[in-house]
Design a protein around this ligand. Structure first.
Ligand SMILES: [Zn+2]
Length: 234
C-alpha cells in the first residue's frame, strides 16, 4: 500500500508494509524511500497522521541521504567551486605562482601553481592539503576527546584509521580501532568532536544501550545538537 502526505511544501510518499507487530515504525532508506511498518488492520488515516507528525525527521533523513545519491555535482577543482572545511564554505580560487601551495583565507581556498590550467595538479594539491589538515585536526580532536572521556572512564588509546564511507562518519571496532571518515573535516569542529566522542564511548560500551547513552550524555551533554547539525550540514 502506498500513500502521500503533504508536509509543508514537501510531499512525502511512503509505502506501508504490514507486520505482526504492535507499534508503528517509520524507516527512511538511503534511496530516500519512506517505509512504514504497521500492525495489520491499522487505519490508513492513523498511518497518514503519524507520517505527518514525523515529517521533520523524515525530510531531514532524506536530505541527509541525498548527499550520497549519484548526480551530485563532483568538485572538479574549478575556480568558483565551493569547498567546505570545518563547517565553513570557501570559494576555490586558482592563482599563478612558481611555488605551488594552498592557502586558506577568509572565505577563500586559494591554490597557487605555475600553470593555472593544470586541473590535475589543482586537484592533487587540494587532496594533499585536505589530507594533511584532516590528519592534524583529527589527531588533536582524538587526544582532546580521550582526555574528556578519561575523566569519566578509563580507556586505552585506540588506533586511528581513515576510511571514506558512504553512510557513516565513524566506527569503532571491537579490537579498538577508531575509524573516521575524512569527509568529516568538512563539518563544524563540534560535529567532529561529537562523532569522535560517540565512537570512543563504544570502547566502553559496544552497543547503543542505555549505559552507552548515559556515558555519552556525561562526556558531551549537548551531543544531540551536534548530531542534528551534522545531519543538516551535509
Ligand atoms: Zn554508535
Amino acid at each position: 500500500m502506498m500513500g502521500t502526505v503533504q508536509y509543508g511544501t514537501t510531499p512525502i510518499v511512503y509505502s506501508v508494509q504490514f507486520r505482526t507487530r504492535r507499534t508503528l515504525g517509520i524507516e527512511v532508506h538511503p534511496d530516500r524511500s519512506v517505509v512504514v511498518l504497521a500492525p495489520a488492520g491499522i487505519a490508513p488515516d492513523v498511518i497518514r497522521q503519524r507520517v505527518l507528525r514525523r515529517g521533520a525527521w523524515i525530510t531531514r533523513q532524506q536530505r541527509y541521504f541525498e548527499r550520497f545519491l549519484p548526480g551530485r555535482p563532483a568538485r572538479e577543482g574549478i575556480a568558483g567551486e565551493t569547498w567546505s572545511y570545518l563547517g565553513r564554505r570557501h570559494v576555490l580560487r586558482i592563482r599563478r605562482s612558481d611555488q605551488p601551495c594552498v592557502k586558506l583565507t577568509r572565505g577563500e581556498l586559494i591554490v597557487y601553481l605555475p600553470d593555472t590550467t593544470d586541473r590535475a595538479l589543482v586537484k592533487r594539491q587540494l587532496a594533499a592539503w585536505y589530507h594533511a589538515h584532516t590528519r592534524k585536526r583529527f589527531n588533536a580532536e582524538v587526544l582532546a576527546a580521550l582526555e574528556i572521556l578519561r575523566a569519566h572512564h578509563p580507556v586505552r588509546t585506540p588506533k586511528l584509521a581513515y576510511r571514506t564511507m558512504l553512510r557513516r562518519w565513524g566506527s569503532c571496532t571491537a579490537a579498538g580501532v577508531l575509524v573516521l571518515n575524512p569527509d568529516l573535516v568538512q563539518t563544524p569542529v563540534m560535529c567532529i568532536r561529537y562523532v569522535i566522542l560517540h565512537e570512543l564511548c563504544h570502547l566502553v560500551h559496544h552497543h547503543h544501550g542505555k549505559a552507552f547513552y548515559n556515558l555519552l550524555e556525561r562526556v558531551m551533554p549537548d551531543w544531540k545538537r551536534w548530531k542534528d547539525r551534522l545531519e543538516r550540514s551535509v
